[in-house]
Design a binder for this molecule. Structure first.
Ligand code: HEM
Length: 253
C-alpha cells in the first residue's frame, strides 16, 4: 500500500504523470457512470426489478461503504489533478496558445472541460442529497423519500422515489441539462484519456474521436430517457399517487 502511494505521488509530480492519473481516474468514473446508467435503466422493467437491484447493492454494508469511499477517493484525485492541469494549461497559454498539441485540443467542448466538470460535480452533490441522503426539502415534491417503502419487509421504494422525483419538471429539466454537461465532459474526457494513454495513433484518431462522441450520445440518451419517460407519464401512476399521499406508507405494487 505504501509503495503504491509513493508511486502515485511520484506520478503526480510530473506533467505526463498527472495526465495519466487524470486518464485512469476518468476512465474509472466513466465505468461507474456506464454501470449506473445500466442499473437505472431497470426503471423501465418496473418496481420489482429496480427495487430488487437497489436492495442487492445495499445488502452488504461493508462492501457498499468500501465502494463509496473508493469512488469518493477516485473523484477527489480526478478533481484535484484536473484543477492543477487546468491551472498549468492556463499558465502555459501565452507561449503555446491554441494549436493541436495543447492538452485537450482547442475545440469548444475541449475548452469547456473545466466548466462542464464543475457542472457535473455540482450535479453529483445535488443528486446524492436528492436520492441517496433524501433531503426532503431538495426534491420539490412535498414527499419524504425516506418514508417510501415497498413490500412486506418494508424495503426502500427506489422505483417510487424515482417516479415521484421526476414528476417535478424543474428537477427533471435540471437532470436533463446536467446530463448534457456529463455527455460533453465524457466525450472530450475519453478523447483526452485516449491521447494520454498513447492510443491516438494518427490512422485511427478520427475514428476514436467519432467513437467517443457516439458513446457520449448513448450516455446522454440512456440517462435522460428516465426523467423524460416519467414526465411523459410512464409507470404506475396509481403507485406514485399512493406514495405521494401516504408519504411513507407502502406504495401499490
Ligand atoms: C437520470 C439519471 C439518474 C438516475 C435516475 C439516478 C438514480 C440514482 C438513484 C436512485 C440513486 C440512489 C440509489 C439508492 O439509494 O439505492 C443514485 C445514487 C447515486 N448516483 Fe445516480 N442517477 C442518475 C444519474 C447519475 C449520474 C449521471 C451520476 C454521476 C455523474 C450519478 C451518480 C450517483 C452517485 C455517486 C450515487 C450515490 C451512490 C451511493 O449511494 O453510494 N447518478 N442514483
Amino acid at each position: 500500500m505504501d509503495e503504491r502511494m509513493s508511486v502515485l505521488s511520484n506520478l503526480i509530480r510530473t506533467s505526463v504523470g498527472r495526465k495519466l492519473v487524470m486518464a485512469a481516474t476518468g476512465l474509472m468514473l466513466f465505468g461507474f457512470v456506464v454501470v449506473h446508467m445500466l442499473g437505472n435503466l431497470q426503471t423501465f422493467m418496473g418496481r420489482e426489478a429496480l427495487n430488487g437491484y437497489a436492495a442487492l447493492l445495499q445488502k452488504n454494508a461493508a462492501v457498499l461503504w468500501s465502494f463509496r469511499l473508493g469512488l469518493a477517493l477516485v473523484l477527489a484525485v480526478h478533481v484535484t489533478t484536473g484543477i492543477v492541469l487546468a491551472w498549468e494549461n492556463r499558465a502555459a497559454r501565452p507561449e503555446r496558445y491554441e494549436g493541436p498539441n495543447t492538452a485537450y485540443g482547442s475545440s469548444l467542448p475541449a475548452r469547456t472541460m473545466v466548466m462542464s466538470g464543475v457542472m457535473v460535480g455540482a450535479f453529483v452533490v445535488y443528486h446524492v442529497l436528492h436520492f441517496t441522503v433524501k433531503v426532503p426539502g431538495l426534491n420539490f415534491t412535498g414527499v419524504d423519500f425516506a418514508g417510501l417503502r415497498h413490500g412486506l419487509a418494508g424495503q426502500p421504494d427506489v422505483y417510487g422515489m424515482v417516479l415521484c422525483g421526476f414528476r417535478s419538471w424543474p428537477v427533471s429539466a435540471a437532470y436533463v441539462v446536467a446530463m448534457g454537461f456529463l455527455a460533453l465532459h465524457a466525450s472530450h474526457g475519453l478523447a483526452a484519456a485516449a491521447q494520454s494513454l498513447g492510443l491516438k495513433q494518427r490512422s485511427w484518431s478520427p475514428g476514436l474521436d467519432h467513437a467517443t462522441r457516439v458513446v457520449a450520445l448513448v450516455l446522454l440518451l440512456g440517462y435522460i430517457s428516465i426523467p423524460l419517460a416519467v414526465l411523459g407519464g410512464m409507470g404506475d401512476s396509481r403507485g406514485v399517487a399512493a406514495a405521494q399521499s401516504a408519504g411513507g406508507e407502502e406504495a401499490a405494487p
